[in-house]
Design a protein around this ligand. Structure first.
Ligand code: FES
Length: 455
């Protein structure tokens, strides 16, 4: 089912790449991160050609809950402890500046995209301690944050960490306007990238610099992003007849939910799980649409579901995005990935950082987002967990594979795919590629469809 965003707006279609060409920069991916990067490069006097495998905004940009916030779950207390004050300030400053930059652009261009400033809050029903620490950490970094013991949600809470002056908007209304300023070629899937050459079925682009803004990078080496990220699915139901809070909320408990008002609707999110894990190991309270609907009925008896959709998020080992040079070995390749659940604000942060790096400007905030930042203890623990999934998925490759037409082995690196009955897709537990029931590719890093049995 399509999201509430696609219901309201259709973005003008663009032609595929017309053949071979040259450009100073090529951006792969016409989501928010890619198009904003192209926009700021253009402002800096640098032409950027954007290549999109499908349609503008056809990926995760239309599957978001569209919160623009510097509050990214419990992040500041952790960054302070693991990366130190300087990098924590950079993270806070970059994200706070991103909110302001959205507002500035929207006002300057007169974009009618339902942009509203509102508070963003974390809540817990079980314990206040982490919320108090997070509020104190954020305050110490200059964010207008507070800890409170009550909130407007229709159940009791142990505490709330509240950030002021955050925002929400309609992502596709914004994106449609920004796309007008970009040179975008749709239905142009990148097949291969070699040094300064990007090859597609329609032609190739020779570029001095290449930006990978296509969600999960599909190049395995260099960069090794497949070993440094996994993907999670999360679910949203848009409810009629539910109370609509002024603020945006996210629960930090295992069964925590996301709340956000959208016109007459309440967007309720949750039920997330690692891609490929489906129903078995979701967050407390179960996972998937049915679990989320159950929670909706408990909290808002009599509400009605108007829309439902799911999202796929790239999660990094230390919980911070990778924005910067793709690898030490590829100084002219850049990447923006691993946004977790915070794609809107991070897309703007990416665009500002990548534009600064490409145009040779100073950007002190880039250090905390660098894909080459130091490896933390937390990242090492996550690497072990992630590695175990990959080993298990690869081992299952050799098990008998059912009777269907599709051979359920992932074309990315061979892990056994898991059938997801709720979304009717084959999902890969290793790095999160997904395929429809006919084995057609839905989400990367895989680049091709599944193989089929001979009949
Ligand atoms: Fe990497 Fe499936 S996504 S093996």
């Amino acid at each position: 089912m399509e999201s509430v965003w696609t219901e309201e707006i259709k973005i003008r279609k663009r032609e595929p790449l017309p053949g071979d060409m040259e450009a100073p920069v090529v951006v792969i991916g016409a989501g928010l991160a890619g198009l904003l990067t192209a926009y700021y490069l253009k402002q800096a006097g640098i032409r950027a050609v954007v290549l999109e495998a499908d349609r503008i905004g056809g990926g995760q940009t239309n599957r978001t809950t569209a919160k623009i916030t510097s509050q990214h779950n419990l992040v500041y207390d952790r960054i302070l402890r693991t990366f130190g004050r300087g990098m924590a300030e950079h993270y806070a400053n970059a994200n706070e500046a991103a909110i302001g930059e959205y507002e500035r652009l929207i006002l300057e261009k007169g974009i009618d995209c339902d942009f509203v400033r509102c508070p963003a809050c974390l809540y817990s029903r079980t314990g206040a301690e982490p919320l108090i620490r997070e509020a104190e950490a954020a305050q110490s970094l200059g964010i207008k944050a507070s800890f409170e013991t009550d909130c407007e949600l229709p159940f009791s809470v142990a505490g709330v960490t509240r950030f002021e002056d955050q925002a929400r908007f309609h992502p596709l209304k914004f994106l449609a306007k920004m796309a007008e300023e970009a040179e975008v070629y749709e239905q142009t899937k990148v097949l291969k990238v070699e040094d300064k050459r990007v090859e597609t079925a329609e032609g190739s682009v020779e570029a001095e610099q290449i930006v990978f803004a296509s969600h999960f990078p599909f190049i395995n080496v260099p960069g090794y992003y497949f070993a440094r990220m996994y993907q999670e699915r999360s679910y949203v139901v848009a409810l009629e007849g539910a109370e609509r809070p002024e603020g945006m909320y996210l629960g930090i408990d295992r069964d925590g939910l996301s709340f956000r008002t959208c016109g007459d609707l309440l967007l309720l999110g949750g039920g997330g799980h690692r891609t490929g894990e489906n129903r078995r190991n979701g967050a407390g309270g179960g996972c998937g649409y049915e679990a989320l609907r159950c929670r909706a009925r408990e909290i808002y008896p009599g509400c009605r579901e108007a829309f439902r959709w799911s999202a796929q998020d790239c999660m990094t080992l230390d919980g911070l995005p990778y924005i910067g040079r793709f690898s030490r070995r590829k100084q002219d390749w850049y990447v923006a990935t691993g946004f977790g659940k915070w794609g809107m604000t991070t897309a703007m942060v990416s665009a500002r950082i990548l534009t600064a790096l490409i145009s040779g400007q100073d950007c002190p905030e880039a250090d905390v987002f660098s894909p080459q930042r130091h490896f933390t203890t937390q990242a090492a623990k996550e690497l072990a967990v992630h590695g175990a999934y990959t080993v298990k998925g690869l081992a299952k490759h050799f098990l008998p594979a059912g009777k269907g037409n599709v051979i359920p082995n992932c074309p990315h690196m061979g892990c056994r795919l898991e059938w997801n009955p709720e979304e009717e897709s084959y999902d890969c537990p290793c790095h999160g590629s997904r395929f429809d029931r006919e084995g057609r590719l839905l989400d990367g890093p895989a680049q091709t469809d599944c193989r089929k049995r001979e009949v």
